[in-house]
Design a protein around this ligand. Sequence first.
Ligand code: SF4
Length: 241
Amino acid sequence: MAPAESHRAALSFPSSNAKTGPIAVSSTSRLTCPSSCPLAGDQGCYAEAGFRTRLQWDRLSRGESGLPAAAFIKQVLALPAGILFRHCVAGDQWPEPANPLRIDQGLLLQLAKATRHLRAAWSYTHFPMGPANQATLRLAAAQGLVINASTESRSVAAGLQRQGIPVVCVVPPDAPAVFRHQGVRFVACPASRRGRGGRKIQCISCGGRWGLPLCAVAARSFVITFPAHGALAAAAAHHCS
Ligand code: SF4
């Protein structure tokens, strides 16, 4: 079945996004967002909360910008070797046309293969983490594209982490930077706090001894936390457990 119009995606390099730094970033249409995302709309989605991001996302979602999936993948393939790529700053993974709660494995693996020349490539998803989507994440990671399961529940995050799935978890703004839950370590995204000497960490400078941005490390031993922030912080925190 042909990819749906919801597969439209837009690439930007170098990004002017203050959180990522000048890496390659992309967004996918709002139509990719699965109904399983509890933060959709005004429920805490940070992409909806940022004025500029939302305007660009609106245009992409109306089909006024970006490219169909196949052309987008060619753009990714043409990115300079050795750079960093964060996929889906807004939007989610491409769904199967016939099953909107399943990630389109074939299309995602095409994208993963197109990122092999990059230093690191990563993304996030709110698709339900049943066996089929977990298998897709493992296959994409084996090709070098690390998709993090996005969660709001520390227990769900801990369970996925124990199954070897890279996980991120939204936590209340006052959560500790490092804590344990059900025996699993949770560590705050360095961009959410000051680095040494007050230096602000961005995705481009994230990773320290790991040598890669933390979200791009598939085999890490901890869950990354994102303290709820921005205009919809209270709505996002409401979903944390
Ligand atoms: S943990 Fe690192 S790579 Fe992930 S969002 Fe934060 S700064 Fe970016």
